[in-house]
Design a protein around this ligand. Structure first.
Ligand code: SF4
Length: 129
């Protein structure tokens, strides 16, 4: 192979590699901006905007029954309660600030988690015969 054709082939290969790298970078940039767009669109609502309320009177209720954050599909059972849709900071409709989405709270975004609502609690019955 002559020096000239070797150099030409090397040039072609380099151009191919550069073209592929450009395509990959364009794909990565497009995916990153798409993801950023989705993240900025998905902002949690404030408690006020969601109409969130939390009443102490319901603290000792059976959370599997009734309209409670506990049995809402967006509730996360951690550090006192979090929500995927509503920010845990700030005042609720009554002006109370708890900094959690409590299991006994509720808001207008409530969506029932029927798996939780219909979950049977284990009942231990002793057979004293
Ligand atoms: S009822 Fe509202 S605040 Fe409570 S978990 Fe569901 S969406 Fe979040």
């Amino acid at each position: 192979m002559s020096d000239k054709s070797f150099i030409d082939k090397a040039k072609d290969t380099m151009e191919d590699v550069i073209d592929k790298a450009k395509d990959t970078m364009e794909d990565v940039t497009e995916k990153a901006s798409d993801t950023m767009g989705k993240v900025t669109k998905f902002q949690k609502q404030s408690k006020l905007k969601a109409g969130y309320i939390e009443r102490d009177e319901f603290k000792n209720s059976n959370f599997q029954k009734g309209f409670f954050c506990y049995n809402c599909i967006y509730w996360i059972n951690m550090t006192g309660g979090k929500c995927m849709m509503v920010n845990d900071k700030g005042p609720d409709l009554f002006g109370n600030v708890s900094d959690v989405i409590a299991p006994h709270g509720c808001c207008s975004v409530y969506t029932p988690d029927f798996d939780e609502i219909n979950k049977r609690k284990e009942v231990i019955v002793e057979d004293n015969k």
